[in-house]
Design a protein around this ligand. Structure first.
Ligand SMILES: Cc1cc2nc3c(=O)[nH]c(=O)nc-3n(C[C@H](O)[C@H](O)[C@H](O)COP(=O)(O)O)c2cc1C
Length: 247
């Protein structure tokens, strides 16, 4: 056997190993690849698994569009974990495992958005109040903070009651560098905020089809919101989106 050239058996074994790792990654997400996945705000301390999303609901896109409204009053019933998972999937869920493509489009598939979830007291069945980060690839939440953050978030959002009354608040943050690396300042000024808009509309339509209420909130103190969700300095909050059961 020559030292320079691997034998055909070795080559075959290497090709097989690569194929197996690709299949494992595609099926289970076992092999970590370099795509953003909600892991930018420190180490995971606690995770909450979310039920697999439904990709075949009963409400048509047209019906959801026709009925969509900003709803600022909510009932006191908690969200089910299934409904929360469904809304998060609509916002940023993975729809192609290998490529990592998501429910919302992204300039150059750069995926600059990170989704934090502020869970209120009795906000979600079986989930403690606190701040969580959504990890799209695993379709799970990672706890970042414990305790009630909603009342402080309300104050940071110019005292808008919807923020505190909702079962949860989604906080959409942007890591601009992921997009400016390829597109420069046009990425920050246009593409990234456009992507937050896509997420917002997905959440509106998903909430409508589940019979939930939501409203896109843009009025808040950026630095305070970032601090409350425990996000690093390079995370720019773009939206706070309360979601709750209907009043
Ligand atoms: C970028 C943006 C920022 C918004 N900010 C707020 C907000 O801070 N508070 C609020 O109650 N509604 C907010 N809204 C919701 C609008 O008030 C609402 O979309 C508008 O009144 C039209 O009503 P509709 O959504 O029911 O069609 C915002 C909407 C957008 C698109």
């Amino acid at each position: 056997m020559s030292l320079e050239r691997p034998s055909r058996r070795v080559t075959l074994a290497l090709v097989l190993a690569a194929a197996v790792s690709l299949v494992l990654n595609a099926v289970f997400g076992v092999v970590r690849i370099a795509l953003p996945d909600g892991g930018t705000a420190g180490q995971a301390t606690d995770t909450v698994a979310l039920p697999a999303p439904n990709t075949d609901g009963d409400v048509s896109v047209e019906a959801a569009l026709a009925a969509r409204r900003s709803r600022r009053e909510y009932g006191s019933d908690p969200l089910s974990r299934r409904d929360l998972g469904q809304v998060l999937w609509a916002a940023q869920g993975i729809t192609r495992r290998v490529s990592g493509y998501r429910t919302a489009p992204s300039a150059g598939a750069s995926y600059p958005l990170e989704l934090f979830v502020v869970v209120g007291t009795s906000g979600v069945e079986g989930v403690d109040p606190g701040v969580y980060q959504y990890r799209p690839r695993r379709h799970e939440l990672v706890r970042r903070r414990s305790g009630d953050v909603q009342s402080a978030l309300r104050r940071a959002a110019v005292d808008q009651a919807s923020v505190e009354v909702a079962a949860v608040d989604l906080v959409v943050c942007a890591v601009d560098a992921r997009t400016t690396e390829k597109y420069g300042q046009r990425g920050r000024q246009r593409y990234v905020p456009m992507e937050a808009g896509h997420v917002g509309q997905n959440v509106y339509l998903q909430a409508e089809s589940l019979g939930l209420g939501t409203v896109a909130v843009g009025a808040f103190a950026d630095d305070r919101v970032r601090e409350l969700v425990g996000a690093p300095a390079d995370h720019r909050p773009l939206y706070v989106i309360p979601v709750g059961t209907r009043a």
